[in-house]
Design a protein around this ligand. Sequence first.
Ligand SMILES: C[S@@+](CC[C@H](N)C(=O)[O-])C[C@H]1O[C@@H](n2cnc3c(N)ncnc32)[C@H](O)[C@@H]1O
Length: 298
Amino acid sequence: MKKTLLTLVQEELCPNGVWQLRDTMESVLRCQMLKLPKKDVSEDESRYPVTREGMRVFLDTFFARHYFQTQNSLIDYMTSVEFLRRLVSGKLQILDVGCGPSVASLAITDMLDSILRNLVEMDEWSKNKTVKINYVLNDTSSICLGTGQDILTDYFRRIKRYNSGGIFQGHTVTIQKAFPNNISQLRRINLNIGRYDIATFSYVIVPLIEKGGFAELVKGLFNIQRLCSDSGRILILQDKFQEQVIKKLSKAIGIPIHREELKQYTYSSKNENETYAYSYFAGVYPLSGVTVAQTAVA
Ligand SMILES: C[S@@+](CC[C@H](N)C(=O)[O-])C[C@H]1O[C@@H](n2cnc3c(N)ncnc32)[C@H](O)[C@@H]1O
């Protein structure tokens, strides 16, 4: 029986139900960590890094976790006919709010690479047909934006070595102004490069509420919705300890955000190559299907 694209991509990224990094991404991650100084940092600095030492701990502790949760949340959509139709345009625009070192962007990029390679194998994509990915990376921390750009460049340099068609890096725009105060900048970029296909809010909901307040976050999410393509998606990820916040948000935006669990290899120096199961909250919502009142616009 012919395997579906979803099955083939799952078998490659999540063999036997355990998510793991493909070789290129693992090398990129390890190489980036070697460039950074090793030192203990506070809990807060490890989650929201603003120094090189903090970035190393973040990459060691959180990168792979958030990366796999992004892939697990988007695999159904990214292997759907709806998404593949969108790819035929040869362009994909990603908006990564609170991007850290481009974690969600990298997860989407590497999954897209796997999807296109599998489509070529299935004779459903021409080997030379390319997809240009444009990135809008937003973070208030300059070390995050710098590392994010660096890792993306390194990733594309490595895949180019053995790739003729497939994905390539288009524009990468970085914005250091805090979301949602940067909405006019995001609108301007939108006018220049086109609407966003995937907008991610991965592990940034809590600081957004702490700094700007709940109402501003909800308003910001509605505004982002208007900047996305009709067949696009918004992804929200947050850890399992934020149940109250997530329930409130889910109600306010009218979108189910579920508790999920996945099994993965760990790439942390403390427990390298062990498997571990993590629970988290994930919401992926189609923009066209959203029926909530569209009142909260700046
Ligand atoms: C826990 S990290 C998550 C990084 C990445 N998205 C991931 O999933 O691994 C949260 C990031 O959000 C950034 N951040 C916090 N408040 C922000 C704001 N108002 N606008 C943009 N980024 C923000 C922090 O600097 C930090 O890098």
